[in-house]
Structures are given as structure tokens and as C-alpha cells.
Design a protein around this ligand. Sequence first.
Ligand SMILES: [Ca+2]
Length: 613
Amino acid sequence: MPRFFNAPMHDATYARRCSLWRTTAALHLALLLVLAMGIRPCEAKRADGRRPNVVLMMADDQGWGDLSLHGNTNLATPRIDSLARDGAALERFFVCPVCSPTRAELLTGRYYPRGGVRGVSTGGERLDLDESTVAEAFQAAGYATAAYGKWHNGLQYPYHPNARGFDDYYGFCSGHWSHYFSPTLDHNGELVRGNGYLTDDFTDHALAFIEKHRQRPFFCYLPYNTPHSPMQVPDRFYEKFDGAELQMRNRDPGREDVLHTRAALAMVENIDFNVGRVLDKLDALGLAEQTIVIYLSDNGPNGWRYNGGMRGKKGWTDEGGVRVPCLVRWTGHIAPGTAIARIAGAIDLLPTLTDMAGIARVGEKRLDGQSLKPLLLCTAEAADWPDRMIFSYWGNRVSVRTQRWRLDDRGRLYDMPADPGQDRNVAGEHPEVARRLTAAVKQWKSEMLSELGRDDRPLPVGHPDRATTWLPARDGVPHGEVKRSCRHPNDSYFTNWRRADDRMTWDIEVLTAGRYEAAVYYTCPKADVGATVVLGFGEAEVRGKVAEAFDPPLVGAAEDRVFRGEGYAKDFKPLELGTFDLPARRGTLVLRAIDVPGRTVADVRYVVLRRVP
Ligand SMILES: [Ca+2]
């Protein structure tokens, strides 16, 4: 067992360190006060009245064990590790087993079923429109706000990040993207071409945003897309791992795919490089002391690899699926090397960040999380921190964690400090604890799932604040011979469209009645050109002929380090269909063909509807 695994700092040690920090900090503060001739700084605002900036970075599918900070000698992550050295490590930090739920909890401070999130694709990933986000709170407080990366909580406005508190957005809204080198991306609702490797590209945008807004408070959310598949990473990061022998292995090494692990670790080293670029930028601009920097991951590792001996991986409600690193640096406020053993989770980020910045939250719905500011800043309340329960839920499985216990989704009880790998069920020895936690799970489930019900949310089209609406294949339904290019809808396109009675449909709600331009993003080989496609919504209809061949190659295979489970990407070209008048109502948008001279009609990636002023 690596020594890092089961060595949370004891509360007494923590209290001593806090106390030492307070004494040192008090001396510094006294000096500052004298120098400032009576200006009283406070926690949330600097003497110049400026509130702290926030940079919130989150990896995708990186496990707790994927950092050198946590004893993994397979890789080196000095820049991420530095956040723990220079700030605080939340050593028992819990997120959801998969991507979109964690993002929803981070954004809202509430368990994700409350926000209507029930899946990772085909619209189930969307965060309900009556939820308020942490970005809306910062935006309302006058912050410049931005998100660069994988959003995964809804695409069509007002599910889009631009409607959820982010002034600027650049990235992809789906849960999976098929290609990580200069793919097409979403920039404030328009389709653009990316520039280079995605995490580098997202970081470039963050650096430009930070630089642009250095004179005012900013909130920058960087939900990176790696080491989530496809396992693509630039050579300069992969070279070190190519053929490397891995010293640190999964607790069950026979399950490990070493090629996959090597690629994942190289991707994490690339994240470390990018975290370093962000930290260097803050230093260069003199913003280190007025910026709260957070780094975490969104779920357990996406493969069997070293994870401190914990049970499970991504998708599991066990410790290995939901425990991730969470490091918080706020120079001059959080004592260097603060190790927090208290359990905490993604639900705590909204209350913590608004509390530390001294701003009000937006919305009045009940929060499930609580502010961790007392733990981070070692205030008096930290000494008397009550125990709590943190629930993990996915695929109808629920597990609950307290400071000491985990009750797993099968009702088995584990004494986590004594048995961090969840190897020995002690429900029989602690029947009262098992009973109490079982009852808590039952109560939680009935409360949460009663809020979910059936998903009956249409895809909004033509919101007054957004002219263009993208309807990807992901959100549509294939009928007849039409198939998805991949069984996972995420970044798929429709293919095998052969017959006049084949259909693709989208369940939409037109929010603004009026005239709309329609286009279909298609590919078609030369031999098949000539079909006429028809897009209809009730009585309204537009049509166009696939008169021009466009048949670019699939991309991605050349960059893959390991065989992928999802499909490849290609470029698509718009076929303009003209304009039609749409009434404001819910209905089915239907794409079909009326004559098919070739073997197929076309492959389809998007239907796009643009409201004409
Ligand atoms: Ca993830």
C-alpha cells in the first residue's frame, strides 16, 4: 500500500499547522496593517476593493492516482502537485462516477438528479433551465466569466454555456469528441476550427482571457477534455511513455491495458504542462495572490491503472470511481501544505467559491453542498466540523460516504480508514451503522429520484438571444435504414441513408415564430450526388439537391495511441436549403429524401436553423 494512500493528516496535526499558520499570518498581517496605515484588508476583498479571481481547472477521467503527488512514480506532475504544496489538498474529495453529473454538481452545488441530469448523451446530460450556476453568481457580481473546454450540460441555447453565466465559451458541448487535433469547435454558438491539440488550445484561450481581464475580477472555468478518450496526445508528451515499463500498477494488474495507461499518463503530463502555463501567466501578471486556483478531476480513471489501491474506476460508485484530487491555492490566504482530511465534494464548490469571494449566490434552491472556507482558511469553525454524508449515484446504484464509513451500492459496509481498498464488509460487526446508512440511502434515493421522472425536454430552437441553433445527429433519432456512425451518439453522424422512406427526426420546440434559414451539414461521394432532401416541420418545408460531392476522409486513426471504442471524425459541408416560416410550438423536425439516384443520399452531422431578422 503506498504510504500516501492511507495517511490523511490527523486533525491534531492539521490544527497545529493551522495554528502555526495563523500565528505567522497574524504577524505578517500586523506588519501589513502598519504599512498600510490603517487600511483593513478582509478575506474576500483586497485593500483596493478587488475581489479574488477564480481559475477552476478540471481534468476529464483522470484518477486520484494519476498524479506524482499521490505517489505515482510512473509520471511527474510537478505543476499540479505545486498547488498542494502552495495551497490546500482536499484529501477526501468526491465527485460523480461520470462526466456530466459532476459538471452539474460543480455548477449548481446540488446533487445532479435535482438538476434533471440523467445521462451523458442525447439530451440526458442537460442541466435544467431553472437551475442557477456558480458562473451566474460571479457574472452577477461583475466578474468577467469564461469557459474553455468540454461543457457536457446541454448544447442548444439556453442550455448552452453562454446562457449559464459564461460570457465567453470555446469548446465542445458533447461528452466525447472524436478528434483532439484542430477539430471543429463551438465558439459562442458558432462553428469554428480549433487550433492544435485541444488542451493546449483551451489553455491558449484561458491565457488570453486572463490577460485581457487582468484589471478586473474574472472567473475562468477550464474543463479539460483529457485523459478522456480518444487516446491522442502530441509526440513530445508520449515519447517518454512509449514502451516504458510502469512501476506503479493497478491493484489487479491483470486487468490493466498498459498501452492505454501509457497514453493516459502522457495526457496527464500534458495537462500538467498546461496547468503550469496558467500558473506562469498568473505570476507574470502579478495575479497569483489575488487568484483562487482549483484543480480537480470529474470522475475516477478511465482504465484499470494505479489508483492507490482503491476499488473501482470511472462509472463505479466505489471509492476508486468517485474520489479524485482537489487542490486549492490562494496565495496569502490558504496556508501552504494545508491537508484537509474532512470529506467534501463537487457539491461544495459553489458555496465555497462564492463564500471565499464574498459574493452572493444566484437562485434560491436548496444547496446540498456547504462552504469549505473554514477548512481552507483554518478558521475557528473548522475545529468543530460536524460529520456529514456524501452520496454517489449512477445507473440506479447509490453509495454513501461518511468520514469513517462507506456503504456501497450492495449494502456492504467498509471502515475506510482501516480498509481503504474496500476489501472487508463489516456490516455484520456494525449493524447499527449499516442500518442507519441504509436508511439514509433509501431516503436520499426517494427524494432525488422523485425529482427526475421521465425526460420530456424538447430541443429549444430560436431562442430570442441566439439566432443559430445546432441540431447534431447526437440529439436526433434515426429511422428506417439510417444508422449512427457509432453506437455512442456523442460525436456521431447519421449514415446509411438509402431510401426515400428513411427519416431523421428531432424533437424540437421553436421558441420564436418567424423566418428561419436551414442547412444540412453533409458528406456525399461523387457517385451518389443528385438526391433531393426535404426538411419539414409540420406544414413548413424546405428542400435542396445534393448537387455537389463532398467526401473527405475519416480522421483520428493516425493519432490514436490505442484502438478506440468510438467512431472517427470527418469534415462536413453545409447544404443550404433556403428559408421557411416556423410557428412557435413544439413538434418534430423531419429530414427525409424524395429521390435517391445513388447508393446513398448523404451522411449528416448537423441540421442548423438560423433565425432571419
Ligand atoms: Ca469524465
